[in-house]
Design a protein around this ligand. Structure first.
Ligand code: NAD
Length: 481
């Protein structure tokens, strides 16, 4: 049985579930390891049937009262929740750098402020949801956004705090009660999130956290007919299972999945800027869903681009993610390391050429060198599949039409990057078949903008009103004039 609190990186955190406002232990647990040095961090409670059942009952019981509040009445709870996240900023940073290997600098300057905003922003914008009228000659339509019910939120290990709050914010603000199933390889910040919700006075049952593996806790949760929505971010293969389980009950799913996004460098691009941004794709050891991982570079500037990018890559600081200066940290798990290595070895065996990297990094067992492969065919495994490690590919093209064909030539369609003269790059960006694409930039996000993928990269959009549409039952009350 896991203890009620464990001390990790100087932070006291619970390895247990959080159900109906209380910590709940499990008779089964699993060991959590740090990706930095494989040190065991503690035993995490497994989510068994009885815990999922308790969470479903708790969330179901809390739903009528929470849904019965107006958005304005829910807002103070969520504002306090956001404040409590902010108060624990340092703890969140230390925990996620330790269990997920996310860069401390990224946690401090990106993830934690964003997690706070994810809660507060949606609480504010839910105020606009109420009573949107449509007037016609015949009738007055009251368009209601009613909360859907008890929602399941399932998140991956590469950004647990950011993605959990990105889903909890709109779900809670719209009046749903939530069951969060954190990733088993990085479960700690989601547990601290429950502490923050508790300190903020969220009524018991409004937010429940059931720890555990996907095969047990996750599968049991998404297959339950009492769940009104499943919001999932993770891999394509898991999404197929989840869609089937939820589909059996006709439960709507939002699926944010993997990517193999093109990074296009047109002939008229500012090569140095493109190369500097290109090197950023290695941040977090390439474990970033929206990174541009397939470089498509015009042949006339390819050598210049390769030389410039090599210069930036050589300067990247590989090291301990808890060190503020580190830019490339560890790969999350030995299984993921094997996967990354396997992709590179098979590509090389098929005749790919290394521009740099290609092997484990001397910093530690879970570290891989920033790697660039070229000499590839479009149907090569490494061009077609997400590696989710610091491994990129580079192909060249002669014409825009060819670049577009290569860009669109995978089953994924999450994001993209396009460098070139602004009009030219914007024109190209509009033709690439993905859910989003950055022109001469990378990573600019806004909570009001749609986020999500097409093709194998997912179903549905999150962000702004798209999140609310998903987490709400939209209803037209028609009153004749
Ligand atoms: P994963 O699919 O293995 O696991 C994600 C979550 O699903 C975990 O919490 C896991 O426990 C749970 N799970 C596993 N099997 C389940 C089942 N049968 N039923 C219910 N839940 C189950 O993904 P991962 O390896 O944790 O994350 C990496 C993947 O996530 C990559 O493909 C990456 O591109 C993707 N990702 C996508 C986005 C996006 O916004 N599109 C963001 C981050 C990560």
């Amino acid at each position: 049985m896991s203890p009620s609190r464990i001390d990790i990186a100087g932070v006291s955190v619970s390895p247990q579930h959080y159900i109906n406002g209380r910590r709940v232990a499990s008779s089964e647990s699993f060991e959590l390891f740090s990706p930095i040095d494989q040190r065991p961090l503690g035993r995490i409670s497994e989510g068994l049937d009885e815990h999922v059942e308790a969470a479903l009952q708790s969330a179901g019981a809390a739903f009528p009262a929470w849904a019965g509040l107006t958005a304005a009445e829910r807002k103070p709870y969520l504002d306090r929740f956001a404040d409590e996240i902010g108060r624990r900023a340092d703890e969140f940073c230390r925990l996620e750098s330790t269990d997920a290997g996310v860069l401390l600098s990224r946690m401090r300057h990106g993830v934690v402020p964003r997690a706070k905003l994810n809660i507060a922003w949606f609480a504010q914008h839910a105020l606009d949801l109420q009573n949107q009228p449509i007037e016609t000659d015949q009738a007055h339509h009251i368009v209601r956004h009613d909360p859907a019910g008890v929602v399941a939120i399932i998140t991956p290990w590469n950004a647990p705090l950011m993605l959990s709050t990105w889903k909890l914010g709109p779900a809670l603000a719209a009046g749903n009660t939530c069951i969060l199933k954190p990733p088993e390889w990085a479960p700690l910040t989601c547990s601290l999130l429950a502490d923050a919700a508790d300190a903020a006075g969220l009524p018991p049952g409004v937010l429940n956290v059931v720890q555990g593996t996907g095969a047990k806790a996750g599968a049991r949760l998404v297959g339950d007919p009492r769940i009104a929505r499943v919001s999932f971010t993770g891999s394509v293969s898991t999404a197929k299972w989840i869609a089937q389980a939820a589909g059996a009950n006709l439960v709507p799913c939002s699926l944010e999945l993997g990517g193999k996004s093109p990074f296009i460098v047109l002939e008229d691009a500012d090569v140095d800027n493109a190369a500097a941004t290109g090197a950023l794709m290695y941040r977090n050891a390439g474990q970033v869903c929206l990174a541009g991982t397939r470089f498509l570079v015009h042949e006339n500037i390819a050598q210049k681009f390769i030389d410039a990018m090599r210069g930036y890559v050589e300067k990247l600081v590989v090291g301990d993610p808890r060190d503020e200066a580190t830019e490339i940290g560890p790969i999350i798990h030995p299984r993921q390391m094997e996967r990354v290595q396997g992709f590179v070895q098979r590509a090389l065996a098929r005749g790919a050429k290394l521009l740099w990297g290609g092997d484990r990094h001397s910093f530690g067992a879970q570290y891989f060198q920033p790697t660039m492969l070229t000499g590839l065919e479009q149907d090569d495994e490494i061009v077609q599949n997400e590696v989710f490690g610091p491994v990129l590919t580079l192909q060249t093209f002669k014409t825009d039409a060819e670049a577009l064909e290569l860009a669109n030539g995978t089953d994924y369609g999450l994001g993209g990057v396009c460098y070139g003269q602004t009009d030219h790059a914007t024109d190209m960006a509009q033709k690439v078949r993905t859910g989003f694409i950055w022109v001469n930039s990378f990573g600019i996000r806004d909570l009001a903008a749609p986020f999500g993928g097409i093709k194998r990269s997912g179903i549905g959009r999150e962000g702004g009103h798209w999140s609310f549409e998903f987490f709400c039952d939209v209803k037209d009350v028609v009153v004749p004039k």
